[in-house]
Design a binder for this molecule. Structure first.
Ligand SMILES: C[S@@+](CC[C@H](N)C(=O)[O-])C[C@H]1O[C@@H](n2cnc3c(N)ncnc32)[C@H](O)[C@@H]1O
Length: 404
């Protein structure tokens, strides 16, 4: 592979914003890709993947390059040189790469890779939490898997098409896909591609959604005609899936504390041809109280650490803080206590997270079931999906029923 100067500059500019100014990697990449209209899909792929790679391996590369935060541009070029050397890419004779110690880089990589938190490039505290909660063997495999690149997975919008039809339509647009066993609406891209520019996307024939994430709406066991509350709906990934499963019949109340997220849901619902969703901002306890004992199904897709989806958000490990994790565990128990009251007798409740930590998952459900609010509920089943066993994102989901 030959390195092109303007693409490498874009990478260094992006890393400056992410590492030194706290910008989100996905937003920075979106901006970078608009920089030069002449860039083809390979160029864009290079910029996006190199930025993500260096973000993912920040700690390891900084240790190898012997640089410390805040990184100046020279430091970032040294980390870039580490990335290129470990990939076997020969460095051009640019001034940034003068005196790059290629052999030393490989030697330090071998040496540092003996220590998990350096090899897997994670903060000490995340390594300690993962080890304490999952144990040595599971945590070692899980964090290694979480550092791999995620495939692009689509969920067919069955309101508009079938998985088979969508596969053919995408093939006509030059995108080959495969079915995934056990995931009835999923299509996996054979090769990475920008699916958002396809006609099929613009017509609302699919959404991008990880395979394990697609299991959550199915777990809720919805039927056409039901009243369903999606209490932490965000931009509506699961709401749209629920609407498909309900064949657009019945009512979905999609709630969130952020109006801005619900506005995005509205745009997506329109594209998807979904018209049974009412949006409700949770700005006090009132919207929840109004729905007490009213819903056939309630989904709590709770805010969490995101430690199951690091493959998609590698910068999350640098942004996450122990105080946030403590606070979010409190929010998780609070929403379970309060939002479960919306379930009517004989109705069902699903609590889900995209975390792999038991303290955010089964332990929260156990605490809830032992509490006064949870005394009316029974656990039917739960799924603890780890990335290294499922092959997809890490998720947790628990299905509970409210007694009559
Ligand atoms: C895991 S995300 C939801 C993802 C979304 N369900 C999807 O499938 O795309 C959790 C959501 O909970 C929202 N949230 C945080 N605290 C909340 C609360 N107390 N009540 C309701 N929603 C909350 C966040 O704004 C965020 O959108």
């Amino acid at each position: 592979m030959r390195l092109h100067r303007n693409l490498c500059f874009a990478v260094i500019d992006g890393l400056t914003l992410i590492f030194n100014e706290g910008h989100y990697a996905d937003k920075v990449i979106q901006q970078l890709l608009k920089r030069d209209k002449r860039w083809g899909s390979r160029d864009r792929g290079f910029v996006a993947e190199t930025v993500y790679d260096i973000v993912r391996w920040k700690r390891l590369y900084a240790e190898i390059a012997e640089v410390k935060e805040p990184f100046d541009r020279d430091n970032l070029w040294r980390m870039f040189a580490v990335w290129a050397t470990l990939k076997g890419i020969s460095l051009p004779d640019w001034k940034y790469f003068e005196n790059t110690p290629t052999r030393k880089i490989k030697g330090r990589f071998d040496e540092l890779s003996k220590v998990r938190k350096l090899r897997e490039s994670i903060p000490d505290w995340i390594d300690a939490v993962g080890l304490a909660e999952l144990g040595e063997s599971k945590w070692t495999k899980e964090i290694a898997k979480q550092n791999e690149k995620a495939e692009v997975i689509l969920r067919t919008n069955t309101l508009k098409t079938t998985k088979e039809q969508l596969q053919n339509i995408l093939a006509d647009e030059g995108i080959d896909t495969e079915f995934i066993k056990g995931h009835p609406s999923a299509l996996k891209l054979v090769e990475r591609a920008n699916v958002f520019v396809t006609d099929a996307f613009k017509k609302g024939l699919f959404e991008v959604q990880d395979a394990c994430s697609q299991l959550v709406a199915e777990f809720l066991d919805v039927k056409p005609g039901m009243k369903v509350v999606d209490s932490c709906a965000g931009a509506g990934g699961k709401t749209l899936h629920i609407a498909s499963l309900m064949e657009n019949k019945g009512q979905i109340v999609a709630m969130d504390i952020y109006e801005s997220k619900l506005r995005k849901l509205k745009v997506r619902a329109k594209r998807n041809g979904v018209h049974n969703v009412d949006l409700k901002v949770i700005d006090s306890t009132k919207p929840i109280k109004k729905l007490h004992n009213k819903a056939d199904r309630v989904l709590i897709d709770a805010p969490c650490s995101g430690l199951g989806v690091l493959r998609r958000n590698p910068d999350a490990k640098w942004k996450l803080e122990p105080e946030f994790l403590d606070r979010i565990r409190g929010v998780q128990q609070d929403v379970l206590q309060q939002y479960s009251k919306m379930v009517k007798p004989n109705g069902k409740l699903v609590y889900a997270t995209c975390s792999v930590l038991p303290s955010e998952n089964q332990n929260q459900v156990q605490t809830f079931l032992k509490s006064e609010a949870g005394a009316n509920f029974e656990l039917v089943k739960d799924k603890k999906l780890l990335a290294h066993t499922s092959g997809y994102d890490g998720f947790y989901m628990a299905l509970m029923t409210r007694k009559a």
